[in-house]
Design a binder for this molecule. Structure first.
Ligand code: NDP
Length: 222
């Protein structure tokens, strides 16, 4: 399996969980040097905001079958609402959270087609749900919400397009998780979220493709 944004937070926890379950894990990070003491993981450099970096990763993995790709790398951008909405910030969040998962999925399609389980898991957010995202959550993170809503559409469209290849595509909400992004007041320890997401991904079949689920298996309305 391959995961993006594995330097810390949920990405690192997922990478550790999969490695602990005996998977070969290709952990991608944009940093030149991966975190120390992570010997069970195979590190590759990937800045998901850079199409050249994505192409370089794919070229280096030519001929390597992949059962699972997790698009986890994400950024939040400005959170202070309409008044501080900044064009460059907005575009960068869209680039990392919505466009990059599509480019990564497309670049690694040959690897997924050669793999066994064939799943693309996009780490989305309930904040991107038009139906539920503003219930009990009035944060002014326009860019983040729009990017995750776009990622959700990308998930649904990819699921349709990749059905003939029997590739399952999921949008997953990890919960409010204690990471740098989630903050120390977040409800869920990162290891618990990773374990729950791993369970969901491992149980997923083609019948689940194009769905949007929370870490606890609850379907989320788009
Ligand atoms: P963190 O901020 O803790 O970690 C983000 C990760 O993404 C880091 O590894 C970071 O790398 C990486 N990243 C950011 N930009 C890039 C880039 N251009 N190329 C490669 N890697 C990049 O966030 P979380 O672990 O909390 O979030 C993981 C995912 O879960 C995100 O998609 C997020 O939107 C989603 N999510 C999180 C929630 C939460 O409560 N925490 C709630 C809902 C969704 P680096 O160390 O180099 O900066």
């Amino acid at each position: 399996m391959l995961i993006t944004g594995a330097s810390r937070g949920l990405g690192l926890a997922l990478a550790r969980h999969y490695a602990g379950a005996g998977w070969r894990v290709i952990a991608c990070t944009r940093a030149d040097t991966p975190p120390p003491d992570e010997n069970g993981l195979e590190w590759r450099r990937l800045d998901v905001a850079s199409p050249a970096s994505i192409a370089e990763l794919a070229a280096g993995l030519a001929g390597t079958p992949l059962d699972l790709v997790i698009n986890n790398a994400g950024i939040r951008g400005d959170v202070d609402g309409l008044a501080t909405l900044d064009a460059d910030d907005f575009i960068e969040v869209m680039r990392v959270n919505a466009l990059a998962p599509l480019l990564v999925a497309r670049a690694l399609l040959p690897n997924l087609r050669a793999g066994g389980g064939q799943i693309i898991a996009n780490i989305s957010s309930r904040a991107g749900s038009i139906a539920e995202g503003m219930i009990g959550d009035d944060d002014g993170d326009y860019a983040y919400r729009c990017s995750k809503a776009a990622l959700n559409m990308a998930t649904a469209k990819l699921a349709l397009d990749l059905k003939p290849d029997c590739i399952t595509v999921l949008a997953l909400h990890p919960g409010w998780v204690r990471t740098d992004m989630g903050g120390i007041e977040a409800e869920i320890p990162v290891s618990d979220s990773a374990a729950a997401l791993q369970g969901l991904i491992d149980r997923a079949t083609l019948a689940d493709s194009g769905s949007f689920q929370a870490f606890d298996g609850r379907p989320i309305a788009w």
